[in-house]
Design a binder for this molecule. Structure first.
Ligand SMILES: [Zn+2]
Ligand SMILES: [Zn+2]
Length: 212
């Protein structure tokens, strides 16, 4: 599996191009406003984008879903609970975008455990509410890689003070990831530098009650 990171506006969002080595099937995780950069890079790589996966519905992560879908025919996936954001973002992208985002539909409404297959590379959806109700992360066990969106970041978590945010749910989600995944898991977040779960040992000290 090859991962290329594109950091783009509006909030230094990290978009990830994930390519399965044998099939060259690819996924774009959280295009943000990096759509054109990603499409340009495809011309060189020969990869074929089958899926656009969103860690959650905020417009800074989903802004170029429609653009990448139009160019590649990829299917758009998002946790079912956050799919309503597409309609909302098409009316107004604020506070993340100046105007509305191009409308797009969720083709794959993901749930806990939903698998996305790129050749031999399997991304497993884990539902990790806290930043939004339908926030999700994508785990590739064979590679030890976690695409963590706005759930785990280097030294912090995503915000929990926005609409549908919940510190208690975030605490639950963080502790679950920290407990259930290997410590050396490579964490690729929605913003900021990559990290590992081992480095984010502050998660072990969280004392939020374990409730959903
Ligand atoms: Zn967000
Ligand atoms: Zn974000």
């Amino acid at each position: 599996m090859r991962v290329t990171t594109f950091t783009a506006p509006p909030l230094k969002n990290n978009a990830y191009l994930v390519v399965d080595d044998s099939s060259l099937d690819a996924a774009v995780i959280d295009p943000g406003l990096a759509g054109q950069k990603i499409l340009d890079s495809l011309k060189l790589s020969g990869a074929s984008v089958k899926f656009i996966l969103n860690t959650h519905g905020h417009a800074d992560h989903t802004a170029d879903d429609a653009k990448v879908k139009a160019a590649t025919g990829a299917k758009v996936g998002i946790h079912e609970v956050d799919a309503f954001w597409f309609d909302r973002n098409a009316k107004s992208g604020r506070p993340y975008l100046q105007g509305p985002a191009l409308p797009v539909k969720g083709d794959l409404l993901l749930k806990e455990g939903s698998e996305i297959k790129l050749g031999n590379t399997v991304l497993v959806t884990m539902h990790t509410p806290g930043h939004t109700l339908g926030s999700a992360v994508f785990y590739v066990a064979s590679e030890g890689v976690l695409f963590s969106g706005d759930t785990v970041m280097a030294g912090s978590s995503g915000r929990t003070d926005l609409q549908d945010g919940s510190p208690a749910k975030m605490g639950f989600s963080l502790k679950r990831l920290y407990r259930d995944l290997p410590a050396d898991t490579r964490v690729l977040p929605g913003h900021g530098p990559e990290t590992t779960l081992r480095r984010e040992s502050w998660i072990a000290d969280l004392s939020y009650p374990l409730i959903r």
